[in-house]
Design a protein around this ligand. Sequence first.
Ligand code: NCD
Length: 313
Amino acid sequence: MITNNPFYNKDILSSDQYTKKNLEVIVGVINEMKSLVEKQGSTDILKGKVITALFYEPSSRTFASFITAIQRLGGGFIPLQGVTYSSVSKGESLEDTVRTFACYSDAIIIRHPEVGSAKRAAVASPVPVINAGDGVGEHPTQSLLDYFTIIQRFGKINGLTITMVGDLLNGRTIHSLIKLVSLYSSVKINLVSPEILMLPDVIKAKVKQRRVKIFETDRLEKVIGSSDVIYVTRVQKERFSDLNLYEKLKHLYILTPEALKKAKKSAIVMHPLPRVGEITEAVDKDKRAVYIKEQMRNGMYARMALLSMVLRK
Ligand code: NCD
């Protein structure tokens, strides 16, 4: 039992649902999950619960870390990855598919190519729905693990300079993370992208409304030296109708050991992964790189925490 559990029986659809207060509670639970896994590997607090993972889009980390999280909590799961083998290929609507799995399970985790699909699923579903990525919309479980990774290293968000690099237009991890970190009004955010991949205006307006300082540039070298967090993203090929344009944009920013020489010793380099050349493998050895170990491992702990809170009082 978690006192004042803010997420019990709730859908998790957007970073808009996070507040400083509920983040404090969930960070506590993530830490508990981390020590639990380190001490005993698994528990049985979700014994008797079954969760559907309904993935209409490719995924490695989000899918696998959710499945592992369920297993480490002792729950059962229905894994649907590549819905070609389900009735979706017969033309079934998202709503009907969701209603079906709600009959068999206690929660549904969904990834789908359309913005707003998780919300639609939540409207149709009598059981809680967790958004694991809705097109170019949001990815609120990724933002949670990203937040935890930053907190783990710095213990705070206020006072940090967070630089987000790459496809800020289509990157749902960026959309969710920026909404989350801008809850802390003395964070400073640098947005590095070519003009065509700039952060959508609606999100920018939200951040500015919170009086958070944003600096936009198309040159990473301008801001790398003052950054505490360097969050690199992939140009989202699957969102481009013009592949020639994608080819022109995909490697505008490549983080190399040479480029990192200008960064602070205390900085961290993050990436939601997969990377397709934006960070060279030589950077992996740098102590500042946290995308392989910390971020991925934290994904499992964060999802364990969230599932345990959604499914248990
Ligand atoms: C991200 C996603 O799917 O949005 N990956 C992930 O969940 N770790 C980022 C990406 O695909 O570029």
